[in-house]
Design a protein around this ligand. Sequence first.
Ligand code: PLP
Length: 410
Amino acid sequence: MAPHAADTAISPVLPTYARADVSFERGEGAWLIAKSGDRYLDFGAGVAVNALGHAHPKLVEALTQQAHKVWHVSNLYQVEGQTALAEKLISLTFADTVFFANSGAEALEASIKMARKYHAVSGHPERYELITFEGAFHGRTLATIAAGGQDKYLDGFGPVTPGFVQVPLNDLAAVSAAITDNTAGFLIEPIQGEGGICEATKDFMQALRSLADEHGLLLVLDEVQSGVGRTGHLYAYQDVGIEPDIMASAKGIGGGFPLGACLATAEAAKGMTPGTHGSTYGGNPLAVAVGGAVIDEVAQPEFLEHVRRVSGRLSQGLSMLADEYPDVIESVRGRGLMLGLKCKRPNAELQQAFMDKGLLTVAAGDNVVRLLPPLIISEDEAMDAVARIEAVCAELSPKGANDPKEVSAS
Ligand SMILES: *Cc1c(COP(=O)(O)O)cnc(C)c1O
């Protein structure tokens, strides 16, 4: 039987996503406007992508200016926008060099390959194994699902790509015990995003750095979600007092245009010589033009200060709701504008209820709803979100279960 004769009930777009029944026509700042005309306060930001919100004038200008010049040239040639963006990133971080990709998973692939190559050219090709952490998410390629180690993403996709061992987060003894002659280094998200806004403690991150130095291993950070101002620092590691050897960045760095980057020290990158890695689209002129405009904006001290200030108000408001409605919200987690509500009810139910009140959020592991608003939100918009969340809590909270504060909460 011809393949197309078997079952034509499949949707035209491969049904790998559980999509909500809404489609957005345009965006303005922190707001998305549906085809129906309904306005939604966007506290998902395309999963931490729209760092500057929707239709930011500076990004529109950067993209259209470049679009009038040249869209794509091969990496067979010089791409000035890549050099400019790389120099910005180098001046603002630990890095000496940058590889550009199109997505988070590709930034991770480059990071993983670089870590292996470093040891290979250092005379230790047997050091190809990265120690990763339970609850991690590093992408959906064959290597990155192996790195993430989650059965739900690995199931049915054949042999698991070798080279990854997993230990519990914040368990230093388990990390030490897992180090063998095959270890290349550690791969960690400073704050797990998909895993449910689970933070690696500062002590743990510092201890990983020390262990890496002691054993000649590499510290590889996945800041695809936590980077580009999300935590109130350009990168989350900058608040921890350590520096990585290699770091993957994506999501927010393109502000909505597909862009990823693998940042590294010269030492860690020493094996990545011409021909060892590449990407047709990686560092495309349109992408790096937008990326440059994003970094110019986000890296300003006042911008990061704004993120920390709004975060303070938002987390304070959310913590009050957790106190008032403990039967709906168990606790508030995270840093900056990478916050999570640990739910007492199923997180999917809460996410839907928030959406019904015009607030977009993103579910995560560990029964958490993530709040990942554009970094440009105002304090009023933060309080608007708190009010919408409160309205849901009040509806879901069993009558009479609250303390007397409920009366005055109006
Ligand atoms: C989203 C994400 C990725 C994968 O990024 P894609 O662009 O979807 O490939 C990797 N790591 C982390 C921490 C992420 O949040």
